[in-house]
Design a protein around this ligand. Sequence first.
Ligand code: WT7
Length: 657
Amino acid sequence: MSSIKTHPVPARLLDSAQCPTPFVNSLEQYKSMWTESVEQPEKFFGNLARELLTWSKPFETVKHGSFETGDVAWFLEGELNASYNCVDRHALKNPDKVAIIHEGDEPDQVRKITYGELLRQVSAMANVLKNLGIRKGDNVAIYMPMIPETLIACLACARVGAVHSVVFAGFSAESLRDRVVDCGARLVLTSDEGRRGGKNIATKRIVDDALRDPNAAALVEHVVVFRRTGSVVPWEQGRDLWWDEEMSKARTVCAPEPMNAEDPLFLLYTSGSTGAPKGILHTTGGYLLGAASTVKYIFDVHPEDVYACMADIGWVTGHSYILYGPLALGATTVLFESTPTYPNPSRFWDLIQKHKITQFYTAPTAIRALRRLGDQWVEGYDLSSLRVLGSVGEPINPEAWDWYNEKIGKDQCSIVDTYWQTETGSIIISPLPGVTPTKAGSATLPFFGIKPVILDPTTGQEMKITSDEDTGVLAITQPWPSMARTIHNNHSRFLDTYLKPYPGHYFCGDGASRDSDGYYWIRGRVDDVINVSGHRLSTAEIESALVHHETVAEAAVVGGNDDLTGQCIHAFVSLKPGVEQHDTLEKELILQVRKMIGPFAGPKRVHIINDHPKTRSGKIMRRILRKIVNGEQDQLGDISTLAEPTVVEALILKVHN
Ligand code: WT7
């Protein structure tokens, strides 16, 4: 690994004639700030929380609790409102500054919303929520496309103290129902339809399907529907209400509810290695500080900047890096409704040129796809406004990193490979622009407050690292402000998943190495979580969707390597006795998963087999399946523990014939 090239910070970033001076501008400054942040977190984060956030009541205790006791809390006694911090205080100072640039699905549909207008809209929506009886602590589910009203909905919830639970609009009715029921939503916010890549998405119809379930129907009192396309949609009198009609009745002034720093701000469901999706709970003060401080230091956002994150609001990246982080800083954030290839693969570069974007944040899977389509789609675009290019969601391969750096950044931008998770709330390992020399494929150094460690999974002790390739499991040794506080209604699962595997540590679930420069290299999940195009999927959930099909006896799902999507899903399925295999069965089973979880979860391949490789006690050895799909059938290791070693030959033939 010593042959890996180190890229110095581009000189342009440190030249005040060309760029605003980065908030941190030397490695020494980063090191001293980081040291203070982990050695005196009370001092460091107390100051940062007073600098970046506005508190209606000051906190006294900066840091409380521990990983041992599982009761982490920050800024106790402090009171603040996230919507006040993201909207009011900027609207008061700078009402005409653009808060949101919405680039619609068609490139000519651009809408700009100022902080002043945002304040009126958020306040009116907050009054709509109140008129419908929503109060502090109530749960509201949001199933909406990438439009400003979705951000307004989240901020309105925060304003009245309701806990939002955004469900990615690519999830199926079944997945939406499970989330609505688990969080106990009293209200669902949606749109008639969504629009993406020239196609309509039937959001309202999916909400109706989800609410056909009696448990969901018993909880949800109203569905508020925003008109996005104007198509005719089914209507349930009494339950369904039009967004514009409710808004027109509402006052545009609404006092923000004072919230305790530890009051919940939102729930966001994510997949674990086993069981149902987990409702990750984030609280108000610590989360908002994490989102704001990482946008400030990692994206180096200055007042004149136009910052753009291409994630979907249905994932945590959208929460922290489209909505809460940039708006808490009073920045201009771009909200993108379309896809990287609509109407053609120049869309991102057109967007950057048109809005003079300064920070651009996307995922390796998009970079790989655009790189593959050819440089002609980038040529001729003026990308000189860019200073920082971010990557997130999965490890970025050096070919994609180099392309992003050379073709998009023209070697003049800082590439920030940002490592984090739904549970961490904000970025925890990343370079800082103007500070950190970069290496393609490494997320480099920890953010403030983060003290990572690499543990030996067999002993649970800190690993003795003797070479750059030594890989252990990544853990964090002390609490940080934006970490998740619990799993909704299941604190023991929270403790079991993150805090008990390695006592005294937060366990990330990823393998990692650390090189001789102290840089971290994330190697991918060590549990049964698969990462397809940056979407986190649980093998157990996909298996359970497959065995719901009437023909399936047993299913095992593993991740294969994929040049485009990072990983892809391979399902191994055995059929019930008497079921005949037919030509369309593979397709039918893929559809089954798409229908039960969502289109993005569909397996790439379904292999119909007679027998799974099992141990004598009947456990499927997924390790063997994983090796076979990745072409490592000559490195299967010890297969003598298999009940029936001869099945391996048949499996190899099935996959590789
Ligand atoms: C998992 C978390 C948090 C943003 C979106 C995904 C993987 C995330 C990186 C990166 C290598 C990464 C990890 C992590 N991951 N960013 N820069 N390099 N791997 O959030 O759905 O909660 O998934 O994504 O495996 O554990 P998420």
